[in-house]
Design a protein around this ligand. Structure first.
Ligand code: NAD
Length: 299
């Protein structure tokens, strides 16, 4: 029978991911600082413990799915962190989207304890997490990839090896910077077209058969009423929060600064998403930038 897998961080993404491990027959031992988020997993048969150190005491394969860099530092190196009790040879996989330099620090700290750390951030939202169709971008020692893939493929349709530790985060951050730029571009374009008298559905149809087509125009259109089953049709509820997008754009800025890479549109996108957070959009889906632009025009 399969041995226990540890899971830390049972939020919007972690909860459905851990459920898929259970579905594949892995006993799960889990923890989260917010007791309410452990309830459902406990009912489904997961063992719940008090802190990450206790998870590491019992499981030698652990997945973490936490909001941002400080939480990851705390869960790995804090007073009740994984590294306090980690077993030699353990495989530690972090699927949070964080600063790649923090992934490298965690990998070095894990190595000192005889354990292996890999970064494996995901693309795909809560829907993909529930249906087990996430894409994992994995960084770390190549000889450990097969072991990581065994677990990650229970939760994802694509598991891609990117290179040394931190490169999974690099791929994720690059994707989300382009996504944000594309979403803002689509929103301002759609708004201009509407102002010029075009029907938004017709304009989207034309863009999607022309060279302006992108994911934000053809599968996640930000204009209410253009598409069904997307957050713009549901007052921008659900989906991927503006606050999380602002965080990811901040990570892109940090890496761009440290590598002296010009990212002028990424920088502007970061500022816009931060302004949105300050103006009450923090928990709305990131496609609400369309609504934000309309307000700027005094509508
Ligand atoms: P979330 O805030 O819903 O969940 C995070 C969980 O971690 C929470 O339940 C929180 O209580 C727990 N936590 C925080 N600190 C902890 C600690 N010290 N010990 C134990 N538990 C702790 O966030 P989410 O939406 O699940 O996202 C997780 C990560 O995945 C983020 O980095 C996010 O950027 C990334 N991501 C999210 C999506 C999405 O659509 N939501 C998509 C792709 C990637």
């Amino acid at each position: 029978s399969k041995t226990q897998v540890g899971f830390i961080g049972l939020g919007n993404m972690g909860n459905p991911m851990a459920k898929n491990l259970l579905k594949h027959g892995y006993p799960v031992i889990a923890t989260d600082v917010f007791p309410e988020s452990c309830k459902e997993m406990q009912e489904l048969g997961a063992q719940i413990v008090d802190n990450p150190a206790e998870v590491a005491d019992k499981a030698d394969r652990i997945i973490t799915m936490l909001p941002s860099s400080p939480n990851v530092i705390d869960v790995y190196t804090g007073p009740n962190g994984i590294l306090k009790k980690v077993k030699k040879g353990s495989l530690l996989i972090d699927s949070s989207t964080i600063d790649p330099s923090v992934s490298k620090e965690m990998a070095a700290a894990a190595e000192k304890m005889g354990a292996v750390f890999m970064d494996a951030p995901v693309s795909g939202g809560v829907g993909a997490a529930s249906s087990g169709k996430l894409t994992f971008m994995v960084g770390g020692a190549e000889e450990e990839f097969t072991a990581a893939k065994e677990l990650l493929s229970c939760m994802g349709a694509n598991v891609v090896y990117c290179g040394q530790v931190g490169t999974g985060q690099a791929a994720k951050i690059c994707n989300n910077m382009l996504l944000a730029i594309g979403m803002i571009g689509t929103s301002e374009t759609m708004n201009l077209g509407i102002r010029l008298g075009l029907d938004p559905k017709l304009l989207a149809k034309i863009l999607n058969m022309s060279s302006g087509r992108c994911w934000s125009s053809d599968t996640y259109n930000p204009v209410p009423g253009v598409m069904e089953g997307v957050p713009s049709g549901n007052n921008y509820q659900g989906g991927f929060g503006t606050q999380l997008m602002a965080k990811d754009l901040g990570l892109a800025q940090n890496t761009a600064t440290s590598t002296k890479t010009p990212v002028p549109l990424g920088s502007l996108a970061h500022q816009m998403y931060r302004m949105m957070c300050a103006r009450g959009y923090a928990n709305k889906d990131f496609s609400s930038v369309f609504q934000f632009l309309r307000e700027e025009e005094g509508q």
